[in-house]
Every structure is written in C-alpha cells, then in structure tokens.
Design a protein. Sequence first.
Length: 386
Amino acid sequence: MEGLKIIIIGAGIGGLTAGIALQQAGYQVQVYERVQELRPVGAGISLWSNGVKVLNCLGLGEAIANIGGRMNVMEYRTAQGELLNHIPLQPLIAQVGQRPYPVARRDLQEMLLTGYGGEIKLGHDCIGVEEDEGGVTAIFANGERDRGDLVVAADGIRSVLRPYVTGKPSALNYAGYVNWNGLVPVSPELAPADCWVIYVGQHQRASLMPVGGDRFYFFFDVPLPAGTPPEPEQYQEQLRGYFQGWAQPVQNLIERLDPQQVARPEIHDLSPLDSYVRGRVALLGDAAHTTCPDLGQGGCQAIEDAWVLTHYLKSTNLSVMDALERYNRERRERGNSIVRKARKRAEQIHGKDPEVTRQWYEQLGREAPQSVTNAIADVILGGPLH
Ligand code: FAD
C-alpha cells in the first residue's frame, strides 16, 4: 500500500523503530509522546541478534555496533563465586549470523532518535481513538486530535489503547521479584571486560554485562513482596544484606554503584492477549506483550513487531485492516510464546517452586555450553529474519 498516514503513540524502543521503518517505507509518520522530555527508563538492555538483524536492515548496523558491548563469553557462578559454566558465545554468533549487542539505554535511544529524525510531538497524552469508515483519529488530553489511516499503539506496559483493542481492561501480573539496574565503569575487580557473568543463589541473581563506552550494565534480582518502597539512599545497605556472603566482585559492585542512578522496577508481565489488532489500531511492543525480562527479549520483540508491521503494509494492497490482521496473526504467535517462555524462566530463576530452582542450579553446573547457546539460538531464530 502506498500513501498512508500513520500515527504512532509512544516514542520508546517500539515506537521509534516503527517510526524509522515506516518512514523508510515512504509513509507519512507522526509520533506522539506523553512526556515532555524523553528519558530512557532503566540503564541497559541486551539486544539479541534477532533485534540487531532488524536494525541492520534499517541501516543502523554500524550505529548499533558502535554503541554495543563486545560480549564473547557468558559465565554462570554460584553465590560464592565458584564457576558453574563457562559458555563461549562464538558458536551462538556463528549459528544465528549476528553478534548480540548489550547497550546502554540512553545510547540506544539516541541512536533511534537520530535514525528517526522526524518530529515527535512531546507532551501529547493519548486518551483514546475513534474509528470511522475511512480512517482513525487519535485523541489527546490537551484537546488535540489527529486523523490518519492507522494508529500504532506503542504506548508501553500500561498502554491506554490496549483496552480499546482487546475490549477489556488488562491486569498486569507481578512476577514476584524486584530488579535493581545501573551502569558502572569496567574493572577487572568486577568481571573480565568481554564477559557476561551471572551469579545465582537463594533465588536471587547478580549480573554484569559489558556495554559500549567501557561500562558494565549490572542488575540484581531479589524476590520480594509487591509494593516495597524504592529508597535510593538505602539501596546499597539493602543489597549488602540480600547479597551478604556473596563473592567479592558482587561486594565490589555494591560499593561502586551510584544509587541515585539506579533504576528499581518491580517486574511485571501481561498474560498473552487474544488479539494485537482492532480495525485500524495495532498494538506494538510492550503494549501488546509485556514480558518478564528473563529472556532479554521484550525490546527485541518490539523491534521485530515494527519490522513485520511495515512488511505487511508495504507488501500487500487489499486494505489497512487486512495488513494489520496479517501482522496480528504473525506477531501474536511469536509475542505470546515469548511471554509464556519468559514467565516460565522467571519462575525457574526466582524460586516460585524452590525444587525447580534447585534443579536449575544443578543443571547449570553440568549443562554442555552448546546446549545453553542452542536454547538462546532457538529464541533468536524464531524471529522474522532467520
Ligand atoms: P516503552 O519503552 O515503555 O515506551 C512506551 C512509550 O510510550 C513511553 O515513552 C511512554 O511515555 C509513552 N506513552 C505511554 N502512554 C502514552 C500515552 N497515553 N500517550 C502518549 N505516549 C504514551 N528487553 C530486551 O530486549 N532485552 C533486555 O535485556 C531487556 N531487559 C529488561 C530489563 C528490565 C529490568 C526491564 C523492566 C525490561 C527489559 N527489557 C528488555 C524489556 C524492554 O525494556 C521493553 O520491552 C521495551 O522497552 C518496550 O518498548 P516499548 O516501546 O514497547 O515501550
């Protein structure tokens, strides 16, 4: 189809990637964003090869390689630091045809903003949509309206447009744990500069992953009841308590982090949706499939969504609704399967059934490295660009 006007709600990873892809396809794109100033939430993100392949196709291959960390090895260690598994990543890279890139979120956002280059109307809080025979109108809290051929709802985990698409309110599911994340300078007292290390024990994790600019993206996971207050001035003391007796690099990390720069989300996901599309409105990214971060795939799925949506709009010419339905069929299957898989993984890691987690710790010690990389490759190769 040609000559479409496309309205995108939300300028996160999903909305910006969709903006780039749809603009490159020749469409007129307008992005609206609720906040007055764009700031990424969270410190880092691992972009697995399925997401990177889409960025390559959008002409961002060099840019992502420039901001990405060189991660050559993955290591699992016990809480006390004993090596459980040393997993070279070259076989994975060879299998899937592309290196993954862990990145700082701020760098990723800047890269996507530069790649998009179009106007983003900030301070525009979308409160609803109205469809008519020939188009759809996005309605904003400030009284503005904009009519186009379709609306891409890339408005994130608490999507305002999701209930319009699904016909019912959606409840987020608390995954049972809290995640602290941030950035620290690379140092051998933390981990080797090309290594993604994950310490596991007591249903908790502490992890460091290299991103560009000689920094590690780090995170800590601790199962806690929902609603515990975030108090930056207490983060280090709390982490010292939760990770008491853990290996020296974990203690070093706690001492070196800057609590004022640490994000601390309680982790939620969303049960799989029956549909990502209604009429001329398509959910994209977390709006469609908020997933536990335990596979590192939420952002990658948003990027895949953007690619597939653009593909169907470009390659078919029956109607907008028909193209969106094709998008729906393909992405619903992929997105929902990632949500289920990530939830299962989150439960395994964080002790929903302590016996399952104990078995996982045991398995980590005897699993062939190739079987770990095969499992990651399966997820990657399930994407639209094999
Ligand atoms: P968002 O990034 O949430 O963007 C939505 C945008 O819409 C926001 O800018 C918001 O302000 C705007 N908005 C919301 N409502 C409105 C409205 N009504 N009107 C206008 N604008 C609106 N993914 C990975 O691929 N790899 C990882 O390693 C990874 N790690 C993660 C670690 C953690 C701790 C967490 C929490 C998530 C992780 N993810 C990871 C997931 C990833 O962060 C998300 O999947 C991704 O950010 C989703 O992008 P999005 O564009 O759909 O939503």
